[in-house]
Design a binder for this molecule. Structure first.
Ligand code: TXA
Ligand code: MG
Length: 349
């Protein structure tokens, strides 16, 4: 069954969200509808997390497999004890330190949470966003909100309301336009269901930072960083993610060699009549391709601009995107994780 929607779009001030507009969006959530909204990481597609019929609409709109669990967004610490069981002192400490913020924790689920929301898992993912539109929407809806990234399944996460509409116009009730998201990559996901926390997805709150709190292990796929190793505890991770239509070639090695390799690959693809794009972190003599996008020099700007760049290459019909690896530490670990997952091929220069 395919439902069609008249997708509305409203602009809301992200620093000082207009109450009347938030109320309008919250009314849709309360009535079992689906609303895309900005968070500090990426845009989410939200529904009442405790209403199975509403949550089902999220999976259908995105074309997301039903075994890929959703994150529940809250704005009140009290909600954790309603949604989860066995919240350890360490879990409490971590939530207190990083919430509201871009960290998702996995805990054992309570009976209150419908099966569909957790993709049939006995655990539940919870996060408290700090974005003001997100937190006022949750508060006004008076319910926890389940929300995956607001993209079609397999596409890059949206960092602008336009991206949400590219993927989901006519499939959702409303998109709140709160401008560009500030971080640009999805939240860090940390599994707290075993004695030693396990990092399932790297993000702005880095592995190095979390390690300062005590021992943290990496899920297998992050240790090996190979898709074929992925039957991890994060069911969504077994699917290829974040990829544009263009084929991404990730070039690894020493900088000079990488730049030479990228230039020679551009020539090779031009000879095959393919349109090439380059993701560049320097404005000084970037390789000459059909479309070079400068994403900034720092990890912060690269993270913020990466998914938008993916989508912009697709809009111009680029066939192959070339990108040099960056350092794998701190936020660089999250950036490299997204690049590796999106890459069609990795080449050593
Ligand atoms: O920043 C974010 O996390 C954004 C914004 C909207 O909050 N949301 C987001 O959701 O990225 P999504 O659904 O695109 O990614 C959630 C990830 C998936 O890889 C999923 O498999 C994992 O979290 N996850 C959710 N529940 C889980 C659970 N119970 N156990 C293990 N992994 C879980
Ligand atoms: Mg997603």
């Amino acid at each position: 069954m395919f439902l069609t929607y008249q997708t509305q779009r409203i602009k809301i001030n992200s620093k000082n969200p207009e109450k009347i507009k938030i109320r309008k969006a919250a009314a849709i959530i309360k009535n079992g509808g689906i609303v895309a909204f900005p968070t500090e990481t990426v845009y989410g597609l939200g529904a009442n997390a405790l209403n199975p019929k509403a949550v089902r609409k999220i999976f259908l709109a995105k074309g997301r497999p039903f075994d890929d669990p959703l994150i529940i967004h809250i704005n009140d610490f009290e909600d954790v004890s309603k949604l989860a069981l066995e919240v350890s002192p360490l879990a409490k400490k971590i939530m207190k330190k990083y919430w509201p913020g871009p960290l998702t924790v996995i805990l054992k689920k309570s009976k209150l949470v419908p099966k569909i929301t957790t993709g049939g898992q006995k655990t539940v993912a919870i996060r408290m966003p700090y974005n003001k539109i997100a937190s006022s929407l949750i508060k006004e809806s008076a319910t926890p909100i389940a929300a995956p990234s607001a993209n079609l399944f397999g596409k890059p996460s949206p960092t602008l309301a336009e991206h949400v509409l590219e993927d989901l116009d006519g499939k959702i009730d409303l998109v709140i336009d709160g401008g560009k998201t500030s971080i640009g990559l999805e939240s860090t996901v940390l599994d707290l269901t075993s004695n030693i926390p396990v990092l399932l997805r790297p993000g702005k709150i880095s592995y190095e930072e979390l390690c300062l709190l005590g021992k943290i292990t990496l899920t297998n796929s992050l240790k090996g960083r190979k898709l074929k190793n992925l039957i991890s505890k994060s069911p969504g991770m077994k699917y290829k993610h974040y990829a544009p239509n263009a084929k991404i070639i990730l070039v690894k090695g020493q900088t000079k060699k990488c730049m030479k390799k990228i230039s020679s690959l551009i020539k090779k693809y031009h000879n095959e009549n393919k349109k090439t794009g380059v993701i560049s972190t320097t404005k000084k003599n970037p390789p000459k391709s059909d479309m070079t996008l400068f994403v900034g020099k720092t990890n912060k700007t690269i993270a913020k601009n990466l998914f938008e760049a993916f989508r912009n290459f697709d809009k111009k019909g680029i066939d192959v995107i070339l990108v040099k690896e960056i350092s794998n530490s701190d936020l660089g670990f999250a950036i490299m994780n997204r690049l590796e997952k999106a890459a069609y091929q990795t080449v050593i220069a």
